[in-house]
Design a protein around this ligand. Structure first.
Ligand code: B12
Length: 219
């Protein structure tokens, strides 16, 4: 008999939204750790779906169905994390503006980063997806951000991270710390484009922004 974790993983791969919703809620009700469940169920499912799409075994329809199921699971688990994290939000650590760059509509990873930062006491403004350099800057000015986070999930849209950083540096110098992330990005890429930091996943993105804020407050 497969356990619920395995069943949930399979439901996401199959793009079965209803089963995903039911199992996610059942797993939470049994007291499982939401982040650990995301790591054990959602990430492996994402890897399988991405691989099948790459090999041509999955088409866009299947990809979208799985993406919907992933979103359902991530939403259920992150809602739980947010409600648990309310008390830690008393000491505001800083303001972070997050968004996905122009031409890119992937947002599941960015949303996860946003939730983890929120539960760790940061003020988060999620500017959404498909954002131009001007939109990033306007929003950052509006909310008086300390840090701007740029997400990109495709090799071609990674280049927009460079454009956005160059534009913001031109207009505001080093006023904002800018961090980048997303599956195709690396530490080397972040250094090459002049970003102030990079992180491979949501927990390390939290460590990164904490570190940047500590450095700037000690100056
Ligand atoms: C889900 C998905 C979709 C969904 C997105 C739904 C949504 N609302 O987000 C839909 C179906 C819409 C989609 C569409 C497309 N997709 Co798509 N998609 C995926 C898939 C399967 C999963 C991505 C995901 O959500 N991962 C889960 C999250 C949790 O991980 P993550 O995003 O990497 O985020 C983590 C870290 O990267 C990091 N992070 C993320 N952002 C940030 C930001 C900062 C500041 C920091 C510090 C860290 C950080 O922390 C996150 C949490 O741990 C990937 C395959 C894969 N294996 O990744 C393909 C993939 C990204 N897609 C791909 C493609 C090609 C497309 C399409 C062009 C397909 C098409 N022909 O139309 C379109 C693009 C549309 C567009 N203009 O953007 C390719 C990209 C190839 C490439 N290298 O360029 C991939 C890799 C699939 C593949 N193997 O070919 N896709």
């Amino acid at each position: 008999m497969p356990n619920k974790t395995e069943e949930l993983r399979q439901a996401i791969i199959d793009g079965d939204e209803e089963t995903t919703r039911r199992l996610s809620e059942e797993i939470l009700a049994e007291g499982s750790d939401p982040l650990k469940t995301i790591e054990e169920c959602v990430y492996p499912a994402v890897a399988v779906v991405g691989e099948r799409f790459e090999k041509g075994e999955y088409f866009l329809t299947e990809l979208m169905l799985s993406a919907e199921a992933m979103k359902v699971a991530v939403d259920i688990f992150t809602r739980k994390m947010s409600s648990e994290g309310k008390s830690s939000a008393i000491n505001k650590r800083g303001t972070v503006l997050l968004g996905t760059v122009k031409g890119d509509v992937h947002e599941i990873g960015k949303n996860l980063v946003a939730t983890m930062m929120k539960v760790n006491g940061f003020d988060i403004y999620d500017a959404g997806k498909d954002l131009s350099p001007t939109e990033f800057l306007e929003k950052a000015d509006q909310v008086n951000a300390d840090i701007i986070g740029l997400s990109a999930l495709m090799t071609n849209t990674m280049l927009r991270q460079r454009e956005t950083i160059t534009y913001i540096h031109e207009k505001r110098g080093g006023k904002y710390k800018i961090i980048v992330g997303g599956a195709p990005t690396t530490q080397g890429w972040a250094e090459e484009i002049g970003a102030d930091g990079w992180a491979p996943d949501a927990p390390s993105a939290v460590a990164l922004v904490k570190n940047l804020q500590e450095k700037s407050s000690s100056h």
